[in-house]
Every structure is written in structure tokens, then in C-alpha cells.
Design a protein around this ligand. Structure first.
Ligand SMILES: Cc1cc2nc3c(=O)[nH]c(=O)nc-3n(C[C@H](O)[C@H](O)[C@H](O)COP(=O)(O)O)c2cc1C
Length: 308
């Protein structure tokens, strides 16, 4: 078990919504329980726990890859309880995976500008080995993104919860630990200051059109010739879907691509339904994750972690 403790900084490179890193590891005699910390969940913006379970799945997959890369024979047994996902335990053989700890360390979200161009068919074929991702041209979803952002920033509670995880100045005491920094969000100094000021004045400015202003800031994000990938799967199996999502992100990153998740389109019931119609998906809840994907114009800054 000591060997696993030493690998924790690499386990922690797994992605999580708002970079909350909600994972808890409890070391038992023969296995390690993977749980989560309710204080690091997002009850307002993720009320069903969808992103939490996807993130737990991504964490499980990351643990298995990192253990296999270290030559450790470790498997995972799903045993979902209210505060846990399951257990890491000893196996006869290491987990079989094409990915390594180097891949885990190299992956990261990138919220900057992407090169124009759709994902090649060969790349989509590689992704299809892991998950059911539907590809949609960015521009087709620009209107839904604006509507979802308007919905998100119009909700004082969602905005308050987001603000708790923003670290928009290096002076923030948790800047190097968790949450979303100005750099991770690809904000220039002026933009970060503007966002801080407007969120501080949110209660006073909400009725004066601040949500529209904030939503408008993201307007250009999908206005280019690129792709959005939508993860469509069994909503009852979100942990496994999170594991699959992690494999697709590692596949993309290994090929020089990156992703910028835009979960708000799925969080907001109205835009989720509109997207389900656009994709001919019968059940809007089968839409589990959405991100633009492509070749970034510049590398992203490495995101913060509590374990380093
Ligand atoms: C399930 C899930 C949902 C996410 N949703 C969003 C999102 O809506 N917007 C966004 O900018 N990033 C989103 N992210 C990305 C996280 O913010 C990111 O993984 C985290 O900040 C850590 O950064 P890294 O991925 O660069 O390591 C999501 C990640 C996961 C796992």
C-alpha cells in the first residue's frame, strides 16, 4: 500500500469539474477505497452528481494507468456507496492499457484559441475504441452556449458556487492548490480583474444585465471551424463513462489535440433538450459531457493540485 501512496501526486492529475479534486483514498489492509468529499462536491451546479461520477471515473482510470505504469498489479472493483466509488485491489496482472504516467502528466484542458479544422476521421476512429462521442461543428452550438451561459450566470446560486472555485489572482490563498485560476481560464490580467470586479458586484448588477455581459464574453468561443464532441452513453453508468472519457482525453492529448469542456450546455435543461433534438437522442440525460476539441494555438498552463 505504501507504493500506492507514493503515486498519489500522479493519481491527482485526473481532471475534475471546477478542479475540485473531490477524491478521498482510504487505505485498508488489502485494498484502497476510492471515496469523495462532500465538501468538494458541487451541489448547486451538479445537483445530480453527474460530473462528480464522471470525475470519479476519470480518477479510477488514472489510478489504474499510473499503477500499471509503475508495474503494480492493481485492478478496480466498483462498489458504489453514497460516499464511495469502489476499491483498488491486487490482481494477478497489471491493468492492460496503452496509456502511461507520462500521458497522464501531459494531459490538460486548454481554454485558449484552437487552430481551425475538424478532427480527422482517423482520430474519430481512435476515440470510438473507447467511447461513443458524437462530433458536431462548433458554430452549430454557439447559440446554445450563449443560452446556457446566460442561464448559468443568471442564477445567483450557480454563480456563487462557481465563484468559490475561482482563483483569479495569484494572491488567492488556494491559487496553487485547486479551483480555476486566471491562467487556467486563459484570461489576461485585465479580463481577470474585470471578472473579479463584476462577480464582486454581482448582487447589485444582476438585474442591470450583468449575466448577459458575462455570457457574451464567451460568445466567440465556438465561432470557428472546429469540432465539439458530445459523450452520449448510459446515464446509469456514469462512473464507467468517466473512465472512458479519460481514455478519450488521453488519446487526444497523445495525438497533439486537447479539449475545453463546456458542461453548461448539458447542465441547463433547456439547452440539453435542444442538443438532444439536434443529435436525435431520445433521452436528454444520455448526453453526459460536451467539450470542444482541437489543436491548441498555444500550450496551456498546468492546472493546480492539492497533491504535488
Ligand atoms: C466531468 C467534468 C466536467 C467538466 N466541465 C467543465 C466545464 O464545464 N468547463 C470547463 O472549463 N472545464 C470543465 N472541466 C475541466 C476541469 O475544469 C479541469 O479538468 C480541471 O480544472 C483540471 O484541469 P486539467 O484538466 O487541465 O488538469 C470538466 C472536467 C470534468 C472531469
Amino acid at each position: 500500500m505504501k507504493e500506492l501512496r507514493d503515486l498519489e501526486p500522479d493519481f491527482w492529475r485526473a481532471p475534475s469539474a471546477h478542479n475540485t479534486q473531490p477524491w478521498l483514498l482510504r487505505y485498508h489492509k488489502h485494498e484502497v477505497e476510492i471515496g469523495w468529499d462532500p465538501a468538494r462536491a458541487l451541489p448547486v451546479s451538479d445537483p445530480t452528481g453527474r460530473d462528480l461520477r464522471l470525475g470519479l471515473g476519470a480518477f479510477v482510470e488514472t489510478c489504474l494507468i499510473v499503477c500499471a505504469s509503475a508495474g503494480l498489479r492493481v485492478g478496480f472493483r466498483s462498489d458504489p456507496g453514497p460516499l464511495r466509488a469502489g476499491f483498488l485491489h491486487g490482481t494477478a496482472e497489471p491493468y492492460r492499457t496503452p496509456f502511461t504516467t507520462t500521458d497522464v502528466r501531459a494531459r490538460g484542458a486548454n481554454r485558449g484559441a484552437y487552430e481551425a479544422g475538424r478532427l480527422p476521421a482517423e482520430v474519430m476512429d481512435r476515440l470510438a475504441e473507447h467511447a461513443n462521442l458524437v462530433r458536431v461543428p462548433c458554430r452549430e452550438l454557439a447559440g446554445l452556449l450563449f443560452a446556457a451561459d446566460l442561464h448559468q450566470f443568471g442564477d445567483p446560486e450557480v454563480t456563487r458556487e462557481l465563484r468559490e472555485w475561482l482563483r483569479l489572482t495569484p494572491r488567492h490563498p488556494r491559487y496553487l492548490l485547486d479551483g480555476l485560476t486566471d491562467q487556467a481560464l486563459s484570461l489576461g490580467a485585465g479580463e481577470a480583474l474585470g471578472l473579479r470586479a463584476s462577480l464582486a458586484l454581482y448582487p447589485a448588477l444582476r438585474r442591470l444585465g450583468l449575466p448577459k455581459l458575462l455570457a457574451g464574453a464567451g460568445r466567440g468561443l465556438l465561432d470557428y471551424d472546429g469540432d465539439v464532441l458530445v459523450l452520449v452513453g448510459d446515464p446509469g453508468d456514469q462512473l464507467e463513462q468517466g473512465r472512458a472519457l479519460m481514455r478519450t482525453w488521453l488519446t487526444l492529448s497523445g495525438l497533439g489535440y486537447t479539449t475545453h469542456p463546456l458542461s453548461q450546455i448539458i447542465d441547463c435543461a433547456g439547452t440539453r433538450r435542444a442538443l438532444a433534438d439536434r443529435l436525435d437522442a431520445k433521452d436528454p440525460d444520455s448526453l453526459l459531457h460536451l467539450a470542444r476539441a482541437g489543436k491548441p494555438k498555444a500550450p496551456a498552463v498546468r492546472s493546480a493540485r492539492v497533491r504535488t
